[in-house]
Design a protein around this ligand. Sequence first.
Ligand code: GDP
Ligand code: MG
Length: 176
Amino acid sequence: MAQASGADYIFKIVLTGDSGVGKSCLLSRFTRNEFSLESRSTIGVEFSTKEIQMEGKTVKVQIWDTAGQERFMAITKAYYRNALGALVVFDLLKLSSFQNLDQWYNEVRANAGADCSVILIGNKADQRHIRAVQYEDAKRYADERNIPFIETSALDATNVEQAFRTLITDIYRHWA
Ligand code: GDP
Ligand code: MG
């Protein structure tokens, strides 16, 4: 946690999860309130920042995003280094993205450290009729790891602000 001019705190947060689950869309929804239906592959690593107010303090969140291929590159360590929070994202419509969660969760735990706050996100909640992962199963996964679980839609903005806020509040409680 760095302190910098203009903000009382800077928190680094990372997005992880399979390619196509909606990480970049969640990021643009949260930081710019934009959504695009066409998938634009993230090249390497990108990050966006947003300032939010918390208990009268200005918190600058720096949110890192990748194309999901980072584990094949040498940048994994740098990606997670100093991250205080992680959103582990799966696609509610795609079972394999749920089955792959261990890989992402373990990667966060191995590289970001035990103190990193983690939240599980099931994205694309707007498509209820074709969901492949049940709420109860995802909730159980999160409960077993003692992390929150929130279903979001980057498309219609449901719970996106709440998901980021939940994570940032948890980080704030730990560090601020
Ligand atoms: P990433 O690879 O994890 O960064 O995934 P993207 O953010 O690029 O999104 C992959 C695809 O899923 C894109 O076609 C998005 O338009 C779509 N998508 C992302 N979020 C949602 C959502 O909440 N609902 C629906 N229906 N589609 C979404
Ligand atoms: Mg992306």
